[in-house]
Design a protein around this ligand. Structure first.
Ligand code: SAM
Length: 268
């Protein structure tokens, strides 16, 4: 990992990796993750349930004929990466992973070595045009065909509401009808837990990483899908989106407590 430019000691990608039981994390990431888990012990379960939603959504998109994916905020490769899931259903599926974290990108590139149908690029979603103009992305993604745009567990790292909305709008702009948008997002709407420590948990990201963490409510998450047709069951809690056999059961009887809202929409 030496030589990787990273001016903050912990990153959202590696904190998430730790929550998922991965090994691509450093002491600062583990300390930040443990501080959060001490306040909110359910967070590793949230990560697991989010990852399960990502898998179901990718399977759904592939079943709808989507063969190319742009995965923004893709994270460090772990179990059930998008190209692996998509290629189980459509062997020629193409995927571009996009992340702000250089380690997430380099680990993805290592995993994808020799795979002509997938790559990883480093970019900040707050500069959506740079993503769309990226030459490597354009080699893999054909904008004349429907695209699956994945923004899973990433928009909550964009603190500015206008930046987050603009990014979604701009990334959707070149996508042809039949393209799909997949989003999951941290939310505490209606949560029954004691949220006294929420500010302190958010302070961990503010203090230790370059990506502060913000929660949004159902109306805000729904607003990203304005002008799209929402796929049933609409904007719901993670375990509620088209549950499948083998899903984690942590929040099945109390979905609000999962801490994540999600939805899939189709470009008209
Ligand atoms: N999408 C994967 C998933 O749901 O399993 C990984 C989600 S992980 C919680 C969030 C990822 O978003 C991290 O890898 C982080 O580096 C990335 N990220 C945060 N802010 C970003 C930004 N402005 N642009 C691109 N990626 C960003």
């Amino acid at each position: 990992m030496a030589g990787v430019a990273n001016d903050k000691p912990a990153t959202a990608a590696r904190i998430y990796d730790y929550h998922l039981g991965g090994t691509h994390n450093f002491p600062a990431d583990r300390a930040a993750a443990q501080a959060i888990t001490e306040m909110f012990p359910f967070v590793p379960l949230l990560a697991r349930n989010n990852r399960a939603f990502l898998g179901r959504a990718v399977r759904y998109l592939a079943s709808q004929g989507i063969t190319q994916f742009i995965d923004v905020g893709s994270g460090i490769p772990t179990e059930g990466n998008v190209h692996e899931i998509a290629q189980e259903i459509v062997s020629e599926a193409r995927v571009v992973y996009v992340d702000i974290d250089p380690i997430a990108v380099s680990e993805s590139l290592d995993l994808l070595a020799g795979n002509d149908n997938a790559t990883a690029i480093r970019a900040d979603l707050r500069d959506p045009q740079a993503i769309l103009d990226n030459a490597q992305l354009r080699k893999i993604i054909d904008f004349d065909q429907p695209v699956g745009l994945l923004m899973v567990a990433v928009l909550h790292f964009v603190a500015d509401d206008a930046d987050a909305s603009r990014s979604v709008t701009e990334l959707l702009r070149p996508l042809v009808p039949g393209s799909h948008l997949v989003i999951s997002h941290g939310s505490a709407e209606g949560m029954q837990r004691d949220l006294t420590n929420l500010d302190s948990a958010q302070d961990v990201y503010k203090r230790d990483t370059a990506t502060p963490f913000v929660l949004r409510d159902r109306a805000q998450v729904g607003s990203y899908f304005e002008g799209l047709d929402l796929v049933e069951p609409g904007v719901v809690w993670l375990p509620e989106w088209r549950p499948a056999a083998g899903d984690p059961q942590d929040f099945t009887d109390r979905p609000t407590e999962s801490g994540g809202l999600c939805a899939v929409g189709v470009v008209r």
